[in-house]
Ligand binder design. Structure first.
Ligand SMILES: [Zn+2]
Length: 105
């Protein structure tokens, strides 16, 4: 598994997330207007991957309208799932967990 050197956590495994969440993780963007959705991708190289994304990513990259009641979205088509996967950004998995925990309270 790939690793990253985090300024807060040192050597850590990486997690993939949407651009906006990665900006929040790296403190280039504020947490305020973040709406998180759990994205489940059925990828060709691993059975199933779960990723945290924001509502903008869902609309612009995944291409489905966001609804407030939506908590999880699953893409079962492997080709489509892979295309979405390539749009994700790598971040420190511990930093990501902290951001998501703060958002979900
Ligand atoms: Zn970190």
């Amino acid at each position: 598994m790939a690793e990253i050197i985090c300024t807060s956590h040192g050597m850590q495994s990486i997690s993939f997330t949407s651009m906006d969440i990665s900006k929040i993780v790296t403190k280039k963007k504020k947490l305020d207007d973040l709406v998180v959705v759990k994205l489940v991708l059925h990828l060709p190289f691993e059975k199933k991957g779960t990723f945290w994304i924001d509502s903008d990513f869902l609309t612009t990259v995944v291409g489905i309208p966001f609804e407030n009641t939506l908590k999880t979205y699953e893409v079962t088509d492997e080709e489509r799932a892979f295309d979405i996967y390539t749009e994700l950004h790598a971040v420190c998995s511990k930093c990501l967990k902290e951001v998501i925990a703060r958002r979900l309270g």
